[in-house]
Design a protein around this ligand. Structure first.
Ligand code: MN3
Length: 221
């Protein structure tokens, strides 16, 4: 039987629009974390590296309409649902977008760990220095490029590494803080001295923010 007319509602045309994501703004000047993280590194890291992940993720959305209409975070949380043909590219570039969005949020110079997150760290690791020791050990053991994270895993604090731009969100874990261990994050200032970079990184963790995230995420936990 021949169908007459086309009954697609006009609103469907909205689906044809390519939805672009934008580079998240850095909420502080590039030199805010000096001298632990230098101005030039912050500038290149945000304006070039992060921008490239955004551009490549936008290219993916443009070529794969099924990615439209959801945030990169939502897509990464459900990475196993992404078509196998593009899953690695989505994991790399989408992960690159959201991992850096997260990283910029949890950086601030010279704040002190306090509040509920400090209590939870003391409960899980003994004290803040033991936590730093464990975190550094984990970061030093990462081979190649990736990230070390403090996460909430089933309501419990844990330190994990991920390779490349893999996100704990894809594993059902909630990121609380992270260090970027790609060389682009530290090579200009530290070259091969990853240990020094990690030691100094502890001076630029925004503990107020980490506590805030912990309280938000732990509401039901
Ligand atoms: Mn990076």
């Amino acid at each position: 039987m021949k169908k007459i007319g086309n009954f697609l509602p006009h609103s469907n045309q909205e689906n044809l629009k390519v939805k672009k994501i934008e580079l998240s703004k850095l909420e502080y000047p590039y030199d805010s974390l000096e001298s632990y993280i230098d101005e030039k590194t912050m500038e290149i890291h945000h304006d070039k590296h992060h921008q490239t992940y955004v551009d490549k993720f936008n290219a993916l959305i443009e070529a794969n309409k099924e990615l439209e209409g959801r945030t990169p975070k939502e897509i990464i949380m459900d990475i196993e649902d992404v078509d196998e043909k593009i899953r690695t590219a989505v994991r790399n570039h989408g992960g690159g977008v959201i991992n850096h969005n997260f990283l910029w949020k949890i950086l601030k110079k010279n704040t002190e760990p306090k509040g509920n997150i400090l209590k939870e760290i003391e409960k899980e690791f003994g004290n803040i220095d033991k936590f730093k020791e464990e975190f550094k050990k984990s970061a030093m053991s990462l081979f190649g490029s990736g990230w070390t994270w403090l996460v909430l895993d089933d309501g419990k604090l844990n330190i994990i590494n991920t390779s490349n731009q893999d996100s704990p969100l894809s594993m059902g874990m909630i990121p609380l803080l992270t260090i970027d261990l790609w060389e682009h994050a530290y090579y200009l200032k530290y070259q091969n001295r990853r240990a020094d970079y990690i030691d100094n990184f502890f001076h630029v963790i925004n503990w107020e923010k980490v506590n805030e995230i912990f309280l938000e995420e732990n509401v039901n936990g």
